[in-house]
Design a protein around this ligand. Sequence first.
Ligand code: GLV
Length: 338
Amino acid sequence: MGVSNTDSDKTQEEEQQDLPKVVLFRPPPAFSLIGEESFASNKFQFLKTYDSQLPLDQYLPTHSHSIKAILSSAGAPVNADILQLLPEVGLVVTTSAGLNHVDIPECRRRGIKIANAGHVYSDDVADLAVGLLIDVLRKVSASDRYVRQGLWADKGNYPHGSKLGGKRTGIVGLGNIGYEVAKRLEAFGCAVSYNSRKKKPYVSYPFYHNVCELAANCDALIICCGLSDETRHMINKPVLSALGKEGFIVNIGRGDIIDEKEMVSCLMRGEIAGAGLDVFENEPNVRKEFFAMDNVVLSPHRAVFTPESLKDLSQLVVGNLEAFLSNKPLLSEYVDNK
Ligand SMILES: O=CC(=O)O
């Protein structure tokens, strides 16, 4: 009996060895948050380069013919140097909504498909965007600190915040996430307008082709777009000046979309009223200047991480990989509709 068990285990092991490989260069945050087993499949096997001491250019060539796909995450770059070591790769799946860590032109050139987190996180990110806006307007975190420090009894009431309803809000990037933010802000009684690469035919919100003009006509700007060469530092000094000293900014996109140095100067000089930030230029390192600002709410790039959405994400990731390996359409293929 013992012998036949060992035999069948060995066969299973051998079968596993024959499965197509999906390579990982870094464990995606979702592995530790909901368990790597949620991403398991009997159609492929993960190959984790971080389990080996070997440098990639020695490790990958020994497996390169069985590696058919890459599983990546935000901050784990998939660049031309890596792709060059993987001649058989036909798919990059990323657990993130953002794709700024993937060399999209190189994937296009090689005919490699890309799949991202699709709509999985849109509700959570939109909730956090509105949460950050309410927090900074109504001073939720700042007054929480005030109460905890025992200052209420000593110094009296904390300064009042400002009402959300009636605010003119400007969405920068009206994709899935931006649209969910817009719907929520409308429900709160805000006026919504937006800037995007193109005017969207399916919404009646006022469209501003120029982000500076949008800022000049808003009380709060919500940054929801992806990071690209075009959007890097798109929110610069002129945009912040147009937003003005009564204006608030929320960023749930990527830190580099805002010129952070300029934003810090504007906040210090009272040239904008406050900020709610989930993303930063040099995260996880955050500029110390923010720590002393009571009109800034800071969140450690957590907008997407709820266990509910991560469960959906695991199904989407496995579904994309299995679909690709059986020549079926991907569930959330990234299509660049520039
Ligand atoms: O920031 C997180 C993501 O892009 O999914």
